[in-house]
Structure formats: C-alpha cells, structure tokens
Design a protein. Structure first.
Length: 170
C-alpha cells in the first residue's frame, strides 16, 4: 500500500512537471555520476498528452475547464516548491562538502527542507480533494487507470513489503 501512495505522489510530480519546459525540470549533474545501468542516460520522460487524458475521461465542458485550472494551478505550485526544495538541498550538499560545517546552518537547511516537503504533501492532498470534486467515481477510476498504465512504479526492492510488526520479514 505504501508504494502505491508513493506512486500516486510520483504521478502528481510527473503531472506537475510534464508540461514544464525542459530548462525548468533539468537536473544538475549528480556528484556521484550518471545513474547506473542506463548507459549514463536518464530515461526519457514519457510524453504527457492532456487532451488524450481528457478524452479518455469523457469530461463535460465544465469539468474540462475546472480540471485544466486545477492542473495548471497544481503545476505552478509544485514547480515553485520543487525549485525551492532543490535549492535547499544543494545548499545542504555544499555545506556537507566541507570538513567543518556550521551545525546551526545545517539544522536550518534541514528544517527548511522538511517544511517544503510538508508543503508538497499538503499541495498533493489538496489536489486530491479537488480532483474528487471535479470527477465522478467512474472518471476518477479511469484517471487512476490512465496514470497506472503510463507511469508504472515498481514496489520497493527487498523485504519492504513483507515485514511484520517488529520490522522482521514475515
């Protein structure tokens, strides 16, 4: 169940970032090099066709207008939050690149990162509430199916999904 929640959040991020110009979503090179097993290349972002999604959902004109506004608003909010999050993480990484670092600055950056992550979750929660006000149950199920088909997220590797109450494999 946890991986499904993460997958839904991931879908929202892809939705929010899918229509952004590449310059806004491009990540700086990782200090640890390219992702392994991909020949040094990131996988291409799947194309997002909003019109195809809307047609699949069989939206009324009013629903189309409301969903477009919601998606645009969420997209902008997520872009701003993710930009701030990235900036704070980069500052923390630079701070940790020094042998001696200012503990107060590190704690401030960690607190900022936590606050931004909480804002991202609140934004996602609000998006989910609004989505249910716009779509009926059948459309909502089609919405989830559409994303599930196009954005497969694997469950975590290892024993994560099979741990018992004490954290031991069950």
């Amino acid at each position: 169940m946890r991986w499904q929640k993460l997958a839904i959040f991931g879908v929202l991020l892809v939705l929010a970032l899918g229509a952004l110009p590449t310059s806004l979503t491009a990540q700086p090179p990782s200090p640890w090099g390219p992702p392994r097993g991909m020949g040094g290349q990131r996988p291409p972002a799947p194309p997002f066709d909003r019109e195809a999604l809307f047609n699949h959902l069989n939206l009324t004109a009013q629903q189309r207008t409301r969903l477009t506004a919601l998606m645009n608003e969420t997209e902008e909010q997520m872009r701003q939050l993710l930009t701030r999050l990235h900036e704070q993480r980069m500052q923390l990484m630079q701070l940790y690149g020094q042998y001696q670092f200012d503990e107060k600055v590190a704690q401030r950056l960690i607190n900022n990162i936590n606050q931004i992550q909480a804002e991202l979750l609140r934004e996602h929660h609000e998006h989910q509430k609004q989505l249910r006000r716009i779509l009926d149950r059948e459309q909502f199920e089609r919405w989830n199916g559409w994303w599930k088909e196009r954005m497969p997220f694997a469950p975590p590797k290892g024993e994560w999904g099979r741990r018992g109450r004490e954290g031991k494999p069950g």
